[in-house]
Design a protein around this ligand. Sequence first.
Ligand code: AHR
Length: 508
Amino acid sequence: MARLVIDDQIKKSRIQPEIYGHFSEHLGRCIYEGIFVGENSDIPNVNGMRTDVVEALKEIKIPVLRWPGGCFADEYHWKDGIGPKEKRKRMVNTHWGGVVEDNSFGTHEFFELCRQLGCKTYINGNVGSSTVQEMSEWIEYMTFEGVSPMAELRKQNGHEKAWQVDYFGVGNESWGCGGNMRAGYYADLYRRYQTYVHVYDKEHPILKICCGAGAGDAGAEKYEWTKEVLDAAYENTPLQEHGRMDGMSLHFYVFPGGWENKGQAAEFDETTWYQTLYKALFMDELVTKHGAIMDQYDPEKKIGMVVDEWGCWFDCEPGTNPGFLYQQNTVRDALVAGITLNIFNKHSDRVKMANLAQMVNVLQSVLLTEGNKMIKTPTYHVFHMYRHHQGANLLESSLSGVNEVGQGGWKVPEITEACSMDAEGVITVTLNHLSVNEEKELDIVIAGGEVFEVLEANIVTGKMNAHNTFEAPETVKEEKFNGYERRGNGIRVTLPACSVTEFRLRKN
Ligand code: AHR
């Protein structure tokens, strides 16, 4: 029997909504087809954005969207994507599938998408193959309200008002696809490029994000990168004062068998189930250890850790373009999402943003599309349940009676959890049950022993590789959960195997 004790008197860090952020790159069918179909498409759209996709995304309360990459960002030249569409440059997308990029989705379209979603904007700039001038002019084009060449150009292109850039990334994976730089060299470039990311509107600072480490499997965590970059580029500039560094990124993907042996998205055995979840749990160690390095420079935690790429990366679906990274999404992905989001909640004193890779049709997507059809993935339903954590305060909580489960040497805890309280005093509890075939009983109580009522309980569960298809779109979905009963002042829950569960509680 496991037991979860929630201490609602100990409110910890605020869970910044941006932890539930997303990422959309010019990669495969993410932007084109998945989000943007153009105004003349037969697929219902508003100003070119698919209505079905935008409506589904609004339901999970997308707080922030990162664009245009990824690796694509360091090859992107923003002037190619403005002005009359028929005059925009057609070019090759060298990173992703060698397909033609016609630049029909550019700066104006990105801001239109974020307007429709009602989310914050996170633009990733090009350090790898661009100049300081190009980056600085982009900022001027997007955010300067007065008289200037770039503001005039924006107006000529039909947008009178400046937009708001909430976050700006100075390079992406600069140690890899973003220029293969060494840490000291990048740190100097960071110092230089960010100088020209001017904040024209002091009431709406642009928060600047420095390129941090990217970790594959254990053993490649790049702790030296974090240390060397901070050593050379950090000065004590608080987040609120939009100084030289407001955030530092971290990338981590789960490749079950390693980069060379990622495995299929929907066909795998029980050992691989545990191997995948074991690797997902590694996010906790990464955040802790990179966070400890950040603490040495920034003990007050003014720089946010920005995990702006995370998720499962499997072999692409057979018969699809290998450069498009299209993969199915199963109950295993739901568990990876639930585990990872709980880790971010628990580290919300340091983690200020995270962006799932990627939003539609690429890697661990929340939505998949095929022509005019769209389906929600198991990961989507987890984000829908977890939306209640956005903006709430993390609560102190402790789990006992949790055993290890696993196969083939991959041992994981049976349950992970996170609890928060929102402004109305409602407690959200999110639970992941990692066992592939056993139920588990769990008592939930409040530390002072007070009685509470269950306002709602929801679950996403199914066989480990259950997933949705365009023919059967609702095989895995969020459902009402009744598997609990009153026990004293608390409740006794029977968690099904392979499940992500949410409870909403209120003290009487
Ligand atoms: O998300 C796919 C790719 O993974 C991104 O373009 C890159 O930043 C990372 O290596």
